[in-house]
Design a protein around this ligand. Structure first.
Ligand code: C2E
Ligand code: CA
Ligand code: CA
Ligand code: CA
Length: 274
């Protein structure tokens, strides 16, 4: 059957045709959603490990397709990029995050983190952001931006946009830190204020090498003068090890899953608040 599949051109055509139709279908549904009411946004709490307070939230886009139900952002974000819809997606999430942020306005040093993709940054992001700031949209909240190492690595335009924002006081975090390649010399020149330690490192923290990797990142952050946030914390043992390593903040299912703004909750964890 495997050989038949490989050699059968008509079988392949039918399958790829179906895939194409499905994609076009999904794309137009996404366009429709963005035009009509925008995406939903869920928020995941970020805990400040130094005082056990809520330091902020990460905004994560959510899309419920009318027939197919939940589509994960790992699918619709790349789709939006390819379909030229990433700007609309970003504007939608950003607008919702700013409105929702009003409810956390009284919390000290609270930051709402939004994820921004490379192509979105390159589409005049800084000007849009600063215009929103000027219009007073961000009066009652601080918005930080999360970008991956790859965005900072090879796109001159993105780097210019981020430098503009950083100079204007907007906090910028490197997302999934450790999974991409950044030379140490280059890191020191980037406009960043936070390293978000990727979940894969947190999962390895129980091993000697894993713990050493976290120690290296914490030390590096100290030298660079930036903060550290660990993501994907799922067990009390991981949380404890992160504390011991001197990581500044943490997020993960242990501390709270992504939820709509009105249901944001920091899960009580035993051993916290000593
Ligand atoms: P990310 O920025 O690395 O976000 C963290 C992802 O890990 C989220 O998945 C979150 O739900 C999940 N997560 C949080 N805590 C845990 C944990 O303890 N264990 C595990 N296994 N997972 C955890 P999600 O919401 O599916 O988002 C996936 C990716 O999609 C994000 O990865 C981000 O790169 C992208 N994304 C989400 N929203 C947006 C958006 O508004 N704009 C853009 N450009 N990208 C977005
Ligand atoms: Ca992120
Ligand atoms: Ca991440
Ligand atoms: Ca990621």
């Amino acid at each position: 059957a495997k050989d038949a599949g490989r050699n059968s051109i008509s079988w392949f055509d039918a399958a790829s045709h179906r895939a194409l139709l499905e994609r076009v279908d999904l794309e137009s549904a996404l366009r429709d959603q963005l035009q009509r009411r925008g995406l939903d946004v869920h928020y995941q709490p970020v805990l400040d490990l130094r005082n056990d307070r809520l330091a902020g939230v990460e905004a994560l886009a959510r899309w419920t397709h009318p027939e197919r139900g939940n589509i994960p952002p790992g699918i619709f974000v790349p789709l939006a990029e390819d379909a030229g819809l990433i700007r609309e997606l970003g504007v939608s999430v950003f607008g919702t995050a700013c409105r929702d942020a009003a409810r956390w306005a009284a919390l000290p040093d609270f930051t709402v983190w939004v994820n921004v993709s490379g192509r979105e940054i390159a589409s005049g992001y800084a000007a849009r952001f600063l215009a929103g700031l000027a219009r007073g949209e961000l009066r009652r909240c601080r918005v930080g931006i999360e970008v991956t190492e790859s965005v900072l690595a090879d796109e001159d335009v993105a780097l210019r946009e981020l430098t503009t924002l950083h100079t204007a006081g907007v906090p910028i975090a490197i997302d999934d830190f450790g999974t991409g390649y950044s030379s140490l010399a280059r890191l020191a020149t980037l406009p960043i204020s936070v390293l978000k330690i990727d979940r894969s490192f947190v999962q390895q923290i129980g091993t000697r090498l894993g713990r050493a990797s976290i120690d290296v990142v914490v030390h590096l952050a100290g030298v660079l003068g930036v903060r550290t946030v660990a993501e994907g914390v799922e067990t009390p043992a991981q949380l404890e090890a992160l504390r011991q390593a001197g990581v500044d903040s943490a997020a993960g299912y242990l501390l709270g899953e992504p939820r709509p703004a009105d249901r944001l909750a920091l899960t009580p964890v035993t051993g916290r608040g000593r």
